[in-house]
Design a protein around this ligand. Structure first.
Ligand SMILES: [Zn+2]
Ligand SMILES: [Zn+2]
Length: 456
């Protein structure tokens, strides 16, 4: 575990050639055998004396009991709350789980410690934010890129909403525990990282089309982490600790990259919008959630197909595109589609469009002239995208889900997520570009033809 690529970025601040000063306060990354034993020392060093531990039935068994023993031995007072995991499946990060954590709260505790990676991490991070206490994470699996993050996606009134949250001041990972996580979780973590191939392209694309802020240094840090993860995917299939170490670093780095850019641009693009869209549909339908990274992996294959298509595309006839703008669906028709697709969440989507105006003719015309002028640059960018088939094969070798049907996402949801996933955020991606040039609906048809069964 030598020469960690992450070390230069811990608790770092530097003036960048992009003109900004990048800062991340995340300082303590402990990834070593028996890492949990370091907890009492670390708490002492940081000046905390009374932790409130949050875990669920699974993570308590995996790492919570150990943490309790270590604290007891060091004579550190603590409160431990174990949320009861349902028999089949996982706890949802919703108002009920949060209520349970609040009711078991130790008012005197001076630090919140989550033991777990997904739900428990999100809940603890948010609870520590609303109660104004620092947060520490003991991770149990490298399954998603929110290990170090200042936001928490939580479910409130059956809607997934991103809330501000406390970034952890330390992350403790025992390689033994992390590597023993089910392959499904390791593959989900890797897929979440492979998604960065797409989101980094989206970021650059927006820079070209909208002159959005873009930083080569941050993108480069992320790109290296993704390349290294790509190389280590073989090791993940055999639960190799070195491969898990590379993956965990990449997951942490994506949090640090977001600190640097002060938004989620380096870590989330159209592939994440696909994942969010499907997740919302599953919530509406009451279907148990699929791991975040698993869906991101599937979304990445689809979105890279769009880049691959763009790489081959002849320069469109922009006069024709401009001439056909008036034939596009009206605002009323669009709103009707939003109500059909986003159901209870439609109002928020319609509201967002009112604010961002991303589909209004005025902005569209402006973008079209930039796209026309910079067509060669855009196409060259698309030519740097990995082939969708390459990512598909990597996912397949890890035994991960690669197509929507692998996790039960029906054809209609895929068709809708490609056409309307972009409405979830005001963020320029390949989806908006395809819409701009009037190619999105055709592309959606082609993709479902290729990746979805007709009878679904
Ligand atoms: Zn920079
Ligand atoms: Zn993610």
């Amino acid at each position: 575990m030598q020469s960690r690529s992450i070390d230069p970025y811990l608790n770092s601040s530097f003036e960048c050639s992009c003109g900004r000063t990048h800062k991340s306060l995340f300082a303590h990354y402990i990834f070593e055998p028996e890492a949990i034993r370091k907890l009492p020392d670390l708490l002492k060093r940081l000046g905390y004396t009374r932790p409130y531990l949050i875990s669920d039935t699974h993570t308590h068994e995996i790492a919570g009991i150990k943490a309790e023993e270590v604290l007891q031995r060091a004579e550190i007072r603590f409160t431990s709350h174990v949320l009861q995991s349902p028999e089949n499946g996982d706890i949802a990060a919703d108002e009920y789980a949060l209520g349970s954590i609040a009711m078991a709260n130790d008012k005197e505790a001076d630090i919140i410690i989550s033991i777990g990676t997904g739900t428990i991490n999100d809940l603890g991070r948010y609870f520590s934010y609303i109660t104004g206490r620092p947060f520490l994470l003991i991770a149990t699996a490298p399954s998603m890129d929110g290990l170090v993050s200042g936001v928490a996606p939580l479910i409130f009134h059956n809607m997934k909403i991103t809330f501000p949250a406390q970034e952890p001041l330390a992350l403790i990972c025992d390689p033994e525990i992390m590597a023993a996580a089910p392959l499904k979780m390791l593959a989900a973590g890797a897929a979440d990282i492979l998604g960065k191939y797409n989101c980094l392209l989206d970021w650059k694309l927006s820079h070209i089309v909208n002159n959005e802020y873009y930083c080569d240094t941050i993108a480069g840090i992320m790109r290296r982490a993704v390349d290294q993860t790509m190389e280590s995917t073989k090791g993940l299939a055999s639960h190799d600790k070195e491969a898990v170490s590379v993956l965990t670093e990449a997951l942490v780095l994506s949090g640090i990259a977001m600190d640097f850019s002060e938004n989620s641009r380096p870590a989330s693009g159209a592939e994440h919008h696909q994942s969010h869209y499907w997740e919302m549909q599953f919530l509406f339908d009451g279907i148990p959630a699929v791991l975040h990274g698993t869906k991101v992996g599937i979304g990445t294959v689809l979105m890279l197909e769009l880049y691959n298509a763009l790489a081959e595309m002849e320069k469109p006839d922009f006069d024709r595109i401009r001439g056909e703008i008036s034939c596009r669906p009206s605002l009323e028709e669009w709103e009707k589609e939003m109500r059909r697709c986003y159901r209870d969440g439609a109002e928020g989507i319609i509201e967002l469009e009112k604010k961002s105006g991303k589909n209004e003719p005025e902005g569209l015309l402006k973008r079209l002239s930039v796209i026309e002028e910079k067509w060669d640059e855009i196409r060259s960018l698309a030519q740097t995208a990995p082939k969708a088939s390459e990512i598909y094969q990597v996912l397949e070798k890890m035994g991960a889900a690669k197509i929507p049907a692998d996790v039960g996402i029906p054809r209609q949801y895929v068709y809708d997520s490609i056409r309307y996933g972009k409405e979830l955020r005001d963020r320029y991606t390949i989806l908006q570009l395809m819409w701009d040039i009037g190619e999105l609906d055709k592309a959606a048809e082609k993709l479902v033809e290729k990746y979805c069964d007709e009878n679904e």
